[in-house]
Design a protein around this ligand. Structure first.
Ligand SMILES: NC(=O)c1ccc[n+]([C@@H]2O[C@H](COP(=O)([O-])OP(=O)(O)OC[C@H]3O[C@@H](n4cnc5c(N)ncnc54)[C@H](OP(=O)(O)O)[C@@H]3O)[C@@H](O)[C@H]2O)c1
Length: 329
């Protein structure tokens, strides 16, 4: 397909936000042997997309300029590389593209076979595209870092989820409640009912003194905190943790890394654990199937056409999305 052109959004340097995204016509990428070429039906954005543009991972990412950002897509396989075994032309899929290459804000993208999963007909393209980074991060935090069993077995645990109205948080609340847990969640006032509706047992408005203190209204001490918000110091978490409580930090700052090291070195029972998503196919299949079975829902903040994807970019940069932002061709 290399000779065929497609519409895409690119940026050519660090910084500049939505204004630096340019609409371009570029060659449709060619899949390597272990890749599929996907005609994109929906894509989503994650905070990491704009943070990479802002230079947060400089000089490692993006790997080259100009770059097409975006990693989470759903669509149809239109070409399969020579070594691809699980997919063929016409298959509906969800895929996570590498942060190194991106490619999601376009009409077509190439995805590694091992980071692509089948999308059953019950899962719409937007509901599927919303999943990869956000739902897999929530799943990894709960099942690996917090060791929660999502079949409901296991000892009861008290969990705090910060930024529960966001992309990761809204999946984390739903997944946590599949386990044997009591969930306290934080969000803004406008989302209190929304987060309660996701299944949270108690919800705190983060802009009130009670919310800022993170104190559980029912007096629970947290065994785990899935921390999706930012700017909360260890001193706020510490008194709210159980004797062996852990803060699983999705956005560790240098100061959080210092706390992590200090708690390790002093053999503290209360710990801060930085988390980095390592996507696994079986977990990917698992969350897609939960959506298929109606056990996990994607909540959509807003939908934007690819021709106006800069509006989606501004929205993710605002930090005020409720659920996931979707871009459609
Ligand atoms: N480590 C990893 O591998 C990994 C993977 C995925 C995400 N992350 C990180 O995790 C964080 C969350 O990601 P996301 O996709 O969920 O972000 P998001 O969708 O942009 O989160 C937006 C939501 O957070 C709420 N919020 C903001 N500040 C808050 C606070 N102090 N307390 C409670 N709620 C607050 C906002 O509510 P209001 O509008 O009411 O303010 C909004 O609904 C980001 O920093 C992201 O980079 C890390």
């Amino acid at each position: 397909m290399a000779s065929k052109l497609m519409h895409a959004l690119q940026y050519s340097g660090y910084g500049g936000g939505a204004d630096s995204l340019k609409h371009v016509e570029v060659a449709v990428p060619d899949p390597k042997a272990d890749e599929v070429l996907v005609k994109i039906e929906a894509a989503t954005l994650n905070p990491i997309d704009w943070k990479i543009q802002a230079g947060a991972l400089r000089p490692f990412l993006p790997r080259k300029f100009p770059t097409i950002p975006g990693t989470d897509v759903a669509g149809e396989v239109v070409q399969a590389g020579s070594a691809v075994k699980r997919f063929k032309t016409g298959d509906k899929v969800v895929a996570i593209l590498s942060h190194a290459n991106g490619g999601g804000l376009a009409e077509y993208a190439v995805a590694k076979e091992n980071l692509t999963v089948t999308r059953p007909p019950e899962v719409s393209a937007p509901d599927g595209a919303a999943l990869p980074v956000a739902a897999l991060t929530a799943h990894q935090a709960l099942t690996q870092a917090a060791n929660i069993k999502l079949d409901g077995s296991g000892e009861r645990k008290n969990i705090l989820i910060t930024a529960a109205s966001g992309g990761v948080g809204h999946y984390a609340v739903q997944l946590a409640k599949m386990g044997n847990t009591h969930v306290t969640a934080t969000c803004g006032a406008r989302n209190l009912d929304f987060v309660k509706g996701l299944g949270a047992d108690e919800v705190l408005d983060y802009k009130t003194p009670e919310g800022a203190s993170l104190n559980s209204p029912s007096g629970k001490k947290y065994d785990y905190v899935i921390h999706g918000a930012s700017g909360i110091p260890w001193s706020t978490f510490e008194p709210n943790l159980s004797a062996t409580g852990k803060v699983i930090d999705l956005t560790p700052t240098p100061s959080a890394m210092m706390t992590f090291a200090l708690k390790k070195l002093t053999f503290s029972k209360k710990q801060l654990v930085p988390l980095l998503l390592i996507p696994k196919t079986e977990n990917f299949d698992y969350v897609v199937n939960l959506v298929k079975e109606g056990k996990l829902k994607t909540v959509i903040d807003s939908k934007h056409p690819l021709k106006k994807a800069e509006e989606a970019w501004s929205r993710i940069m605002s930090g005020h999305a409720t659920g996931k932002i979707i871009i459609e061709p």
